[in-house]
Design a protein around this ligand. Structure first.
Ligand SMILES: O=c1ccn([C@H]2C[C@H](O)[C@@H](COP(=O)(O)OP(=O)(O)OP(=O)(O)O)O2)c(=O)[nH]1
Ligand SMILES: [Mg+2]
Length: 149
């Protein structure tokens, strides 16, 4: 298994390092490293610290912060940026932009699992400027051009 350098910025996280819940898990849960309960009013967005920093280091990988499905579906707690992209050279604290998109207030308790981190491969590309593309079956069609059924 590939390893990534991690810094524990909040000592409470020492015993709560992100771990895969099952052998097949893709996501590592991130926790709300807050000092006291935090109530998010409907529509409110707060940047929540995780108490952790990672350095992916290899530009062939990135980390993504995604919502937890239960919190998102049942409680309306999703991400203010929809998806968080962690660059391989980022060394600061992992922060979760936490958005209550629901209609009722939601209280986050200290160290609650809030979002999840997924490590993904990345291909960095260069650009080759052209006047015309080689033809393709789709061409410029998009946004429903293939119909519904
Ligand atoms: O949910 C997130 C999204 C980003 N980041 C950190 C890691 C990422 O590498 C850095 C920059 O993110 P991004 O490039 O998405 O933000 P930006 O608004 O373009 O800022 P910058 O000008 O710093 O690139 O912020 C987080 O901690 N959490
Ligand atoms: Mg950026």
């Amino acid at each position: 298994m590939k390893t990534i350098d991690i810094k524990i910025l909040d000592p409470r996280m020492k015993e709560l390092l992100p771990a895969y819940a099952t052998p097949g898990s893709a996501g590592l849960d991130l926790r709300a490293c807050i000092e006291s309960p935090l109530t998010l009013e409907p529509g409110q967005t707060v940047l929540v610290p995780t108490g952790l920093a990672i350095h992916v280091a290899d530009p062939g990988y990135a980390a993504m912060i995604l919502p937890r499905s239960g919190l998102g579906h049942k409680n309306g707690i999703v991400l203010g940026n929809l998806v968080g992209l962690i660059d391989s050279d980022y060394q600061g604290q992992l922060m979760v932009s936490t958005w209550n998109r629901g209609h009722t207030a939601f209280t986050l308790q200290p160290l609650d699992r809030l979002a999840q981190l997924v490590i993904v491969p990345v291909l960095q590309v260069g650009f080759n400027i052209v006047e015309e593309f080689a033809s393709s079956e789709r061409g410029v069609g998009g946004f429903g051009s293939t119909g519904k059924q």
